[in-house]
Design a protein around this ligand. Structure first.
Ligand SMILES: [Fe+2]
Length: 503
């Protein structure tokens, strides 16, 4: 078969089964002598909510090289019978895309998706008691509503951002009735600073005065949906005892995975012992372990990744992960959410791991999608891997990877986990925007950036839980310094946090 014929045959096979194929994945397949049976083998292995088949989903089918060799023994932590109590508690998965995906990739879905985002975030702004009006009503020539220099307020989704020739901030917004050009003057310092924090595709409220021709609004104030001004105890009952451990970005399979430190952590969960941190933690009090994505390093996530892998086969990476997690004492409920290195659909919201992977783990492990809202005995926890932190750091002034809770606070202010559409985060247009933060959570738990931080914002405990991987070649080139081998302990009664280190 000619190469182009071969490629169209492959694209057709995937399209018929309802999948798109990523160009890199297609190259992988065309470079091989891909038979129909290999294609059906790949199709069988796909999670049903996969939209675009990427290299990560293709590679396992090709892997003949696996290191370590089959039969390799992974280090085990001896069990302590004292710590073998069964888990008791009430865990609810409140929201999760898994098995709920409606997205098939049609144009209409994008319209509905943005309308859903606009109406939900718009409602949050309207709850603040400002009299917002539709953009269409500002057309004074049409209905003569806007007299003189009175201040008007509108809600809009940001469709364009620019700096004018004279250094003013130009923000174009849209609602369902029309679009409006707005401007923050550079000499209005406070508000100009706020204007620099506006991101594309987010929903904001603006108040200001219209120009004489009614075509431009000079902004006096910008409003974000934001969290209500509450303390954590006002966010709902959570009077439970016990502790939850938050971790993320384990990156099992990478040659920079810190196996010794990781085993130290597993050993500590089993036997306790002293660790560095604020105060002592009795491991018998730990009732939850929550992993916010990037359980394994995956394959085909970035060019030449295979050169930095200790385990080439992604399923072998998960087998090793399962072997570690299956050693965690049973009085701890393990909850695992995926990230961009995991073998699930890359577009967010990501469904949870396919059954083939889930069944490698002990039955009591709970798998959720990304993002997911879980309730740990009433402690509402929003788990999101945090890929959008890349967009927030790249687009907002003053954001740094070294201080990961600051971009997370920007998510809370916007009541949205990934405000920008079509940048580093690919987003699937589900009927509902699953990245909108509806009800304020007690805890927002992210990872992805490999640095650790905890803070509180309007009653929400904000945690970025770091990594178990030392600096990678990519991070070295980008001058990113990870803060590895740490876990964050949350006291479920007080929501106080304590970062402990296994370095
Ligand atoms: Fe990540």
């Amino acid at each position: 078969m000619e190469n182009t014929d071969h490629a169209s045959f492959i694209v057709e096979q995937f399209a018929e089964a309802g999948y798109q194929i990523d160009p890199d994945a297609l190259t992988l397949l065309t470079e091989q002598d891909t038979s129909p049976s290999l294609i059906s083998q790949i199709l069988d292995s796909l999670d049903e909510s996969t939209l675009v088949v990427g290299p990560a989903q293709i590679d396992p089918a090709f892997n003949t090289r696996t290191t370590p060799q089959p039969g390799t023994e992974y280090p085990r932590v001896p069990r302590d019978p004292d710590y073998e109590d069964e888990w008791t508690g009430e865990l609810d998965v409140i929201s999760d895309i898994t098995d709920q995906s409606t997205c098939v990739g049609e144009y209409r879905e994008f319209v509905d998706f943005f309308r859903n985002r606009f109406s939900r975030l718009g409602d949050m702004l309207r709850n603040r008691g400002v009299g917002f009006r539709p953009i269409e009503s500002l057309n004074r020539r049409k209905i003569g509503l806007v007299e003189g220099r009175e201040e008007v307020s509108v809600i809009g989704m940001v469709s364009d951002l620019r700096t004018s020739k004279n250094g003013h901030r130009m923000i174009e917004i849209e609602d369902t009735t029309g679009s409006l050009r707005t401007m923050v003057l550079k000499n209005k310092h406070d508000i100009f600073e706020q204007g620099q924090k506006v991101m594309l595709d987010e929903v904001i409220g603006v108040s200001g005065n219209l120009s004489d021709d009614g075509n431009l609004l000079f902004i006096n104030s910008i409003m974000w949906p934001d969290m209500p001004l509450r303390t954590s105890s006002e966010l709902g009952e959570h009077n439970v005892s016990g502790k939850a451990v938050m971790i993320s970005d384990v990156h099992i399979g990478s040659d920079t995975f810190l196996e010794d430190q990781w085993l130290g952590f597993i050993d500590w969960l089993n036997h306790g012992g002293s660790v560095s941190g604020n105060g002592s933690v009795d491991v018998k009090d730990i009732r939850y372990l929550v992993v916010a994505g990037d359980l394994v390093d995956g394959i085909g996530i970035y060019p030449n990744q295979e050169e930095e892998l200790a385990i080439i086969d992604v399923y072998e990476q998960y087998k090793v992960a399962a072997d570690y997690f299956n050693q965690i004492p049973r009085h701890i409920k393990v909850i695992i959410s995926p990230g961009n290195h995991d073998a699930v659909r890359q577009a967010e919201p990501q469904p949870t791991f396919p059954e083939k992977i889930r069944k490698m783990f002990r039955q009591d492990v709970v798998f959720v999608g990304n993002p997911a809202v879980i309730s740990m005995d009433g402690v509402r926890t929003l788990v999101y891997h945090g890929r959008s932190i890349d967009d927030i750091v790249a687009n907002l002034p003053g954001m740094k990877y070294e201080d990961p809770t600051r971009p997370m606070i920007e998510m809370l202010k916007r009541r949205h986990l990934s405000p920008m559409y079509g940048s580093r985060v690919s987003i699937a247009p589900e009927r509902e925007d699953h990245l909108v933060i509806d009800k304020p959570p007690h805890i927002l738990h992210c990872g992805h950036v490999h640095t650790v931080g905890c803070t509180t914002y309007r009653g929400v405990t904000v945690i970025n839980s770091g990594t178990w991987q030392s600096q990678t070649e990519f991070q070295r080139r980008m001058n990113l310094k990870p803060d590895p081998a740490k876990a964050t302990i949350v006291d479920l009664a007080t929501l106080n946090t304590n970062i402990i280190s296994f370095q």
